[in-house]
Design a protein around this ligand. Structure first.
Ligand code: SF4
Length: 488
């Protein structure tokens, strides 16, 4: 029997009502096609591999926690819409309403016939920016949404179906206080530099499974396979990474990302946020950028805060996984300081670093001195001990603090510097007689951002953090020296 338009709306009505008003979870699960993805808390499970009892137990636990009651579903159908058939697959464009927000919208559903029944495969919620959906692009959008589910749990919202996910993607509700240095600009120039997987671009296991389930040949026949492989980096955060196809990611075709084009956004979290990163502070979320990106180095585009919507979308992805600076941070030697006291010092340090009448080195030393004065006022004796009070080069201390943590092999490997050598390294390099040159504006921007991102602040405290500026200045200088040596 051919599928009728009303079959699609009947299915979606059953899909919603069985979950909410009736809370008949067995019936709700029956609405999914065996090939569909089902949300189970923060996890995704392939319907074909999901036991009904597992699903019912998980959703019952969610309901017990969130107590949604047996009220009507948040979404209702407003009519029968349009249905088109493609073999056993069907595309249903259905008018819908969000009862909570009193918003009407169109959802495109990929439905699939199984025997005589029409079942739910996936969906996308349309906005003016959404590409015209096909069955394949709906699959791509579902894979993309599912790729990010584990990154976006929100305690105020329970996500129960792929429709909830698609709706939240289309109409986000969160608002954050976003902060950025005024000089920091970035508008993507599509250089493709970030799609060069020389380093591992992490792919979560669920994302890999979901994306591999999409028929990319139907969307872009030239996408090379395989797309994913085992990660190899020592510090890899996921077991899979993108494959390098001749120096670029397989999804990058004709100067753009096929995955991005199909879904309407970049689903892999790193692709979606790079080169912007975030630090959550008691004052708001500080946005900063990676200088590995050529557009960032050249400072091309709009100020970050002028791109509020774009930045908010990036923040949402990592909001539960970003560096967090608490109300209280260590000053030095475990002595606490309030974040707000530190914020005053940070402002002073940032303005020192912007002074064009000083050399980069003078600015860095002045910034370190400001931190020392700040700390000395609070705890005179511990700062004297910690920094040798003028006897030790602050660049050396900073070098030790950072290199010892991040590149321990420098100290333990063939270089095997003794304590005295470590602290003397900057002076030895500086007096090497090699000439070097660097871009003051670039270095100043970079140094200000190193302060602003506060990467080590919660760990090594106010004095150590500001001292890092000197270290970074030193690293830039030494990199320039090394380059000069290579060129000679
Ligand atoms: S998936 Fe897309 S955005 Fe990410 S690296 Fe590949 S081409 Fe670039």
């Amino acid at each position: 029997m051919p599928i009728a338009q009303s079959d699609a709306s009947t299915l979606i009505t059953r899909f919603l009502e069985s979950l909410y008003e009736r809370q008949d979870l067995a019936e709700h699960l029956d609405c999914y096609h065996p090939d569909a993805w089902v949300l189970l808390g923060p996890n995704l499970v392939h319907r074909g591999e999901l036991e009904a009892s597992t699903y019912e137990g998980a959703i019952a636990a969610l309901f017990a926690m969130a107590r949604p009651g047996t009220k009507p579903a948040r979404f209702e159908l407003l009519g029968e819409g349009e249905l088109s058939a493609h073999g056993t697959d069907h595309l249903a464009m259905l008018p819908m309403r969000d009862r909570n927000a009193d918003r009407t919208f169109t959802a495109a559903f990929h439905l699939r016939r199984e025997g005589a029944a029409l079942l739910f495969q996936g969906c996308v919620v349309l906005t003016p920016e959404t590409p015209v959906p096909t069955l394949e692009t709906i699959d791509a959008a579902v894979a993309a949404a599912l790729s990010q589910t584990s990154l976006v749990p929100d305690p105020g919202e329970i996500l129960l179906t792929p429709l909830d996910l698609a709706y939240r993607r289309a109409f986000p509700v969160e608002s954050y206080r976003l902060l950025a240095l005024p000089e920091t600009r970035f508008t993507c120039q599509h250089s493709g530099h970030c799609c060069t997987p020389q380093h591992d671009i992490p792919v979560p296991r669920a994302a890999r499974q979901a994306i591999e389930g999409v028929d990319w040949r139907a969307i872009a026949p030239s996408v090379p396979l395989p797309l994913f492989e085992a990660a190899t980096a020592r510090d890899a955060t996921e077991e899979s990474r993108l494959v390098d196809h001749g120096g670029t990611c397989g999804f990058r075709q004709d100067g753009g990302c096929v995955l991005h084009a199909a879904a309407g956004y970049a689903p892999l979290a790193v692709c979606a946020t790079y080169p912007v990163d975030f630090t959550a502070t008691p004052d708001g979320i500080c946005l900063w950028t990676y200088f590995t990106c050529p557009t960032v180095r050249a400072n091309i585009g709009e100020p970050l805060l002028a791109r509020h919507e774009d930045m908010s979308a990036r923040v949402r992805l990592w909001r539960n996984a970003m560096l967090l600076v608490p109300d209280e941070v260590p000053l030095v030697d475990g002595v606490p300081a309030s974040f707000h006291a530190y914020a005053t010092l940070e402002e002073e340090v940032l303005s020192i670093l912007a002074r064009s009448d000083r050399s980069p080195r003078e600015r860095a030393v002045e910034a370190v001195e400001a931190a020392r004065i700040f700390a000395r006022q609070a705890v005179p004796e511990s700062v004297g001990d910690a920094l040798g009070d003028g006897e030790v080069d602050p660049l050396g201390v900073a070098l030790y603090l950072v290199l010892n943590k991040h590149l321990p092999e420098v100290f333990r490997g063939p270089l095997a510097l003794g304590d005295a050598d470590r602290l003397d390294l900057p002076r030895r390099l500086a007096s090497s007689g090699v000439r070097y040159a660097y871009d003051n504006e670039l270095i100043t921007r970079y140094l200000r951002q190193v302060v602003y991102r506060k990467k080590y602040l919660p760990e090594i405290g106010v004095v150590g953090h500001v001292t890092l500026v000197a270290w970074v200045e030193g690293m830039v200088r030494w990199a320039a020296i090394a380059q000069a040596r290579v060129r000679q």
